[in-house]
Each structure stands twice: as C-alpha cells, then as structure tokens.
Ligand binder design. Sequence first.
Ligand code: ADP
Ligand code: MG
Length: 613
Amino acid sequence: MAVRYLDQTLINQIAAGEVIERPASAIKELVENSIDAGATRVDVMVRDGGRTLISITDNGSGMVRDDLLLCVERHATSKIPDGDLFNIRTLGFRGEALPSIGSVSRLTITTKKDQGEAWQLNVEGGAKGTPQPASSPKGTRVEVRDLFYATPARLKFLKSPTTELNHITDIIYRQALANADVEFTLRHDDRSIINFTSGTDRFDGILGKDFRANALTVDFQREDSRLTGWISIPTYNRSNSSDQYLFVNGRPVKDKLFATALKVAYQDVLAGNRYPCVSLFLECSPEDVDINVHPAKAEVRFRDPNLMRGFIIAGIREALKGMASRTSTHLSDKALMAFDSTLAPAAPFGSPTFSKGNYGDFQPQPQSQVPPQPKLSMPARSSYTPLGESRSSYMAPRPSIVAQTTAAVAEFTKAEQPHHDHPLGYAKAQVHETYIVAETTDALVLVDQHAAHERLVYERMKHDLGSGMIKAQALLIPTVIELTIMQFKVLQDVLPDLNKYGFQIESFGDQGIVVREVPSLLNKCDIKQLMLDLASEILERETATAVEVALHEILADKACKNSIRAGRRLNLDEMNALLREMEKTPLSNQCNHGRPTFIKLSKADMEKLFERA
Ligand code: ADP
Ligand code: MG
C-alpha cells in the first residue's frame, strides 16, 4: 500500500486514544479549559458514569463565533501567547482536547463572550457543523454525548459506572484542591456527588474530617522553589497512594519523582508498604519544569530531578521533625472502639449508647514541648514490693527506686508520684511484661516497650553512623564481588559515599569490587547481598540518597533485633528512663515501621468511657 497522509478525523481519533482514555480524562480536559478561561464556578453533570452524557458549564470568558469555529480544530489554541513552550502558565496548551473529544463522540459547545451573542456548534464523530445562534448566559457549556460511539473498541474498556464515577470524582477533587477559589459541583444521574460551593470545607470533604488533626504543615522555601501544604503524621497512613494529592505550579500531577521523594522522606518512620496522606504544592520557575512530557500532562520532567527530589525530601523531613510527641488521634479512637466492643458486646454497631459519636470528638494532642528536665525527686514511699532483679539491660540512671511491678497484672500504685509535666508522664506499672503504664497530670499513657526501644536504638545507630562514630572493621578475608556492568557502574559512583560511612571498597578487575572494611555495626551482614541490594536500590530510585536509604533500612532491621523484647520485665527506674529518652528522641512516637510506640488516653476520654462526663 502506498504511503499517504491520514485524514483529520483519523488523526484526531489517534490523538484521542492518548488523551481521552475514559470519561474522567475528558472531564479533566474540559475542567482545565474552564479554569484557563477564568471561571469561578464549574458545574459538572454526568450520566451512566459519563458514558451517555458529560456536561460541563462554566462562567468563564466564553468565546466569540470565530473562536468557537476554530477551537475544535486540531492544534488551535489561544494559550501559548509568545510561542514559548517553557513559559506556559495555563493548564492547556496543546490544542488537541476539543478536536479529540469531537472525533469520538457527539460534542456540543454553547458559548457566549461578555455582552456578545451566544453561539452553538456541533461536532459529530469528527464532522463539524456550522455555528447556530443560541441563548446562554456568559460562559461556556460543553456537552459530550455517547463518548467513544465512533471508536467502539474503546467503549469496551470502560468499567462500571461506579468505577468511572470514582475516577471522575478523583479528577474534580484534584482540581478543587488546586483551585481553592473556584466553586465545583458534580451531579451523577441527578444525584449530587460533590458540592464545593462557598462555605463548604472541601479539604475536610476530600481528605476526611480527621485529616487536619493528624497533619503537619509544610512550608519550605529555597531559592525560587517553594513547597507548601499538609502531610499526615506517620501513624496516620493508607495502604495505597490514592490520598496523595500533588501539584506542580497549580497543576495536579501523578509523578514518580514525588512518589519516591515521599517514600524516602518517610522511610524512617513508615513501613515500605504504607503511604502517608498528603496535599502538597510545589511552586517553581516554569523554566525548571517541562510539562510537555505526556499528552495527558499528568507527569512532568524537572530540569534537575535530583535537586528537586532533594528539595522535596528536605521540606517533608523538616515538617516531620517539627512533630514532637504526637500519635494520631484516630488511634485513641480505635482504642475506644476496642473498649466499646468489650463493654457492649450485644450493642449493635452504632447503637446510641455506645456509638462512636458519644465519645468520638477527640482533640488532637497538642504538640508537646519537652520542658527542661527537672531533677527527679523520687517518692519515698511505694506500694510495690521488689520482686527481684530485672533482667533488662536497659540502663537506668537513678537507683533510688527499687519498686517492681507484679508480672502480668496492672496494679496501680497508690503512692503520690510527682508528675513533673513530662509529656509521657511518670511510669506506674508494667503490664504483661510488654506495656508500660504511665500517668501524666491529665492522661493515661500506654507505651509499647519494644516498639519504643527499637526506635531509640535505631535513632542512636543512625546518629552514630551519620556522625562517623562507627568504627570500621577490617574483614578477615576481603570479599570480592563480581557484578553486572550496570551494578558496577552505579556502585562505582557511590564508592566515595560508602567509604565515608566506614566501608573500604575498591574496584576489582573491570567489573568487580573488593570489600576490605565495613562499619562494625554491619559486620555480621551478608556483605555480598548488601552490595547487590544497594546497587538495585540505587538503580531503582536513581537518587543521591540511595546509600543512606539502604543503610538505614539495614539499621532499622538491626535495631529491631537489638531492642528490649516484649516479655522482659522492667523496673520503674528503667521504665522512666525509657520514657525520658523517648521525649528527647526525635520521631520516637512511632516505631521504625510506623506503628505507634505509645497511646495517650486523656482523663476526659476515660470519663466518657465510664459515662462520667
Ligand atoms: P488547549 O486547552 O490546549 O488550548 P483545547 O482543545 O482544550 O486546547 O481548547 C482549544 C481552545 O478553545 C482553547 O485554547 C480556548 O481558547 C478555547 N476554549 C476551550 N474551552 C473553553 C472554555 N470553557 N471557555 C473559553 N474558551 C475555551
Ligand atoms: Mg484544553
């Protein structure tokens, strides 16, 4: 067959294949157009998950007749005024959404600019009609009927109306977060799904009512880049990334760079398969980011990805550092629900007496300031009887108390203990040789001794490793490791970094390395496996911090093995020493896997539990 040009409709349908994957992608394009047109209100209406009808009405600039005729033509746009692809400040710029949609559906655009006349234009399966006079308020309404009727193969890929509606909702959520001053509504089959008009809190609607109480503010600036928004504290997490809302210069993105940055920033405090909830806005110079990478513009490319990734990680870590002794409020909620079920096994879920609403309105723990530590004056009297020496190796600094708890029973001391306003209070007892029970002036604190100690050990090891305090240990027999060319290349690049951490590694032959010394912390590791893991880690993440990430992962594992086990008896001194150490240690409110190390139950919560309040 001879070579020939494709006809316009076919070209548009091919483009539609890339840009318009499902109803939600059409809606994304159309809502972006409304925002680019300066709309302050966008009303979206769909039927059958968008399959039979999508209608989007805005109060933006509208179009005159000539523009209406042109806007459905391929590569026609009003949005690159100076022809500079690297200075785009609108959401659209490719001029292909309307012709693409018009080529696969029955498209009707009704529009009116200012005081001019209103016009209506139909495009059916790529065939353009002529503009007809219409009546319409200022702005634009775009209706898309029978999406993909002209490309039946695509129609078969559509999922159930519910699934399609979920995608649509997600698109509008992202636009609504990015454009806080624009009102959005969504109706599906005559039912109102989203109503972000003035006076409603879209943030609560999108991320959940308890998000803000469990979130930290991010505001980080360096040169002309700025990162702002909210990130959840680590104990408030999800099993997937759907609650991560990310924006670059006001444009919602789903970008790998952001995803890795979040992973790395949280890796110390969250298990690898859990995801924080975030709403993060990155503002940077348009010259530093290329948005023309992907037809749907969901991905972006940064001029200097390492720099940008480092910047985002630094911003998030900065915010995480700001959190002192906080665990998420929903944990005490959870604890209460547990009480709930034991208290009222017969009560149906949500019954008026025991429903969560009765005591569900907890305040977040205020970020506690660790006060300067006063000298501990231990009580002279204690109702405990010593039960013999503790086997714990956790060293307590003050020997004044020899009181010990009975093994498996929570027995509260009647002695008056000084509280000293320690955020984690004063240890009262150990129960089940696993949990420390402590009391503050206004709350009961339960600490998981293993999780807490693991965190302390990890933080100490990390500190030692980072500050070069770890001794290098020569291997009895240097280990030679043969690598693939890729592995060799990436490890070669990080050898100086590794040597800083106490390794001594040289290249060996044209594709191998020889390891002579390792940090003594790691001397029992399988060195070969360690190096191979490191190489694949760096290959996968392409980050400059991969060495640190990989080493920290190994340390976390070691910390877990080296910390006080559940089942070990502690005396009060040891328990208090552990509590004081936790207060001093950053991020000690969760273990290395993002589980909480302690739970606080306020006096008010307890009063509600016992229905005293
Ligand atoms: P792009 O948005 O990339 O320019 P589109 O095909 O989405 O390409 O739109 C083509 C042009 O139609 C836009 O540049 C804009 O001038 C005009 N347009 C589209 N939608 C609207 C709208 N809702 N209000 C006003 N003008 C619009
Ligand atoms: Mg557009």
